[in-house]
Design a protein around this ligand. Structure first.
Ligand code: COA
Length: 225
């Protein structure tokens, strides 16, 4: 009855409805050698993307430090998440299978949650020319797996009301999106919505039972919880 976590083979975007044959990307934990490309992706966002996604300063030096920290901390992230959640973070990258080019990335961070012990919060970005190929959906799945495997019992943070692409991805995994989370300090006049998904399959139907794409990470949570 309990499943196992999907294999790496399940973690590739097949670009459903997109280009060519074979996977569009593979998602894996970041290495230090990826940090430069991740900084470039973040800094390279056009204005409209920056308005939707701006969790870090737009300063390359600080970004290198932040992403390097996330990369180096990964082996200890489970322990840190339990002891000092605010310091726990993991950086994932989506890379082209052909040549390893970094196409996008995801961050998993943690905070204490009043209803469960631990909440995992996600952030992700796909390079402009690569969007709409399923890569964001794939990164989301891997961020969910990572958060669950490191002990989170709730997933999700906030999303800007106008960020339709992100909300489409969240909907595929059964996240609830709604309820004002307050104005966005870095995007005046825009509002954030709360994003939430409980992890464990408690009695009765719940968001985790709504079903999602094949390999739904929350459906696997019983195996790791
Ligand atoms: C959000 C983001 C990571 C998604 O990446 P992606 O690789 O394009 O995601 P996917 O291709 O897996 O899915 C995107 C979905 O949004 C849909 N979409 C995109 N723009 C849309 C729009 N303006 N209106 C309606 N749907 C839209 C796509 O059709 C797709 O849905 P589908 O699979 O049902 O067709 C990417 O848009 C991005 O980097 N945005 C800027 C950063 C950001 O907003 N990060 C998230 C902050 S919470």
């Amino acid at each position: 009855m309990m499943g196992t976590l999907p294999s790496q083979g399940d973690r590739s975007a097949d670009g459903a409805g997109a280009v060519g044959a074979g996977p569009a990307a593979l998602v894996r934990p970041a290495r230090l050698a990826d940090v430069r490309a991740v900084v470039r992706l973040y800094m390279g966002q056009p204005d409209d993307s920056r308005k939707l996604y701006h969790p870090f300063p737009f300063e390359p030096g600080k970004l290198r430090l932040i992403f390097s920290y996330m990369t180096l901390e990964r082996p200890l992230a489970g322990l840190v998440a339990r002891l000092a959640p605010g310091w726990a973070a993991v950086l994932l990258v989506a890379v082209a299978p052909q040549d390893g080019t970094v196409l996008g990335y995801g961050t998993v961070r943690f905070e204490p949650d009043s209803r469960s012990d631990l909440r995992a919060k996600f952030g992700y970005l796909v390079g402009g020319s690569q969007r709409g190929r399923g890569i964001g959906t794939l990164i989301m799945a891997e961020m969910m797996r990572t958060g669950i495997s490191l002990g989170a019992r709730h997933l999700g943070g906030t999303v800007l009301e106008e960020n339709i692409a992100c909300q489409r991805v969240l909907a595929k995994y059964g996240f609830s999106v709604g309820g004002a989370a307050g104005p966005d300090l870095f995007a005046p006049g825009r509002s954030n919505l709360k994003v939430d998904l409980p992890v464990s399959g408690t009695a009765g139907p719940g968001p985790t039972r709504r079903g999602g794409p094949p390999g739904d990470p929350t459906a696997e949570s019983a195996a790791v919880g």
